[in-house]
Design a protein around this ligand. Sequence first.
Ligand code: NAP
Length: 286
Amino acid sequence: MKKFGFIGLGIMGNAMALNLLKAGFDVTVWNRNPDKCTELVNQGAHQGKSPKEVATHCDVTFTIVSDPAAAMAICNGPEGVAAGIGDGRCYIDMSTVDDATSQSIATTIIEAGGRFLEAPVSGTKKPAEDGTLIILAAGDKSVYDEALPAFEVMGKMSPYLGEVGQGAKMKLVLNMVMGGMLSIFSEGLSLGLKADLDGQQILDILDAGAMANPMFKVKGPMLLDENYTTSFPLKHMQKDMRLAVDLGDKLNLTLPTAAIANESFKQARKAGAGDEDIAAIYKIIK
Ligand code: NAP
């Protein structure tokens, strides 16, 4: 049986690794704060001593951590994945990062004798738990083929998008749209409530028409209740908005709506809402 490694047991990684275990795969986990390994070890996972050890021991190692700096920290250094990978073993980084970071990790892994795929995911805590993520794979197709049995457990769809960078860019496009939608949704709800409309009626009427979508359905009641229980930390969405605006900058494309939404997310972060759910953008808008 293939041995899978899983590095980064935050909101997403914990649920994804648990699904691999439940499907009967041999899984070795590592997390910077080792306490987060306990639940998975109790469910039958092995615990690695370092990213290097996981990559040495496993045929395919997955990582999902916060941001570009964290993804680089997992890959590089004497205890990093690149120090342990070799003999064509596979490394799959599922963190949401920019294409340049992903390319840099790909180069390091290939130079160390490994094979690389990027595979950021669309979908939040619940789809991670349900195994219904959308996995945006790009890079070495042979790694994609080897990882498919794991992708089928973690996700409902795993399109192969081509060369390294294409998955990272697709993910940024998706989250830029999501952040923009959540921002204007918060403004619409705030405006309606200030204008003495009924909040639930606003949600019901939006949901009955052409603007109905699963995100408004989930986040709408959260905004009305001012419940910011974290599925997707706001600080990560702001990072994604920043990376999307940066990509537009590099491509000489103006993105005024995304740039303004990014400022709202920055303001929410500054107000201390970084670890709350993305819904907390409503706090600074209402
Ligand atoms: P999270 O709960 O905040 O977990 C972050 C993980 O990254 C933790 O395991 C953390 O380790 C690790 N980490 C951070 N900095 C590190 C460093 N310098 N070295 C080693 N490990 C480090 O985040 P999440 O929600 O699971 O998100 C993970 C990634 O998935 C992000 O790129 C995010 O944008 C993306 N994503 C999230 C969602 C979502 O809805 N949550 C959806 C799609 C994509 P510690 O536990 O030791 O702090």
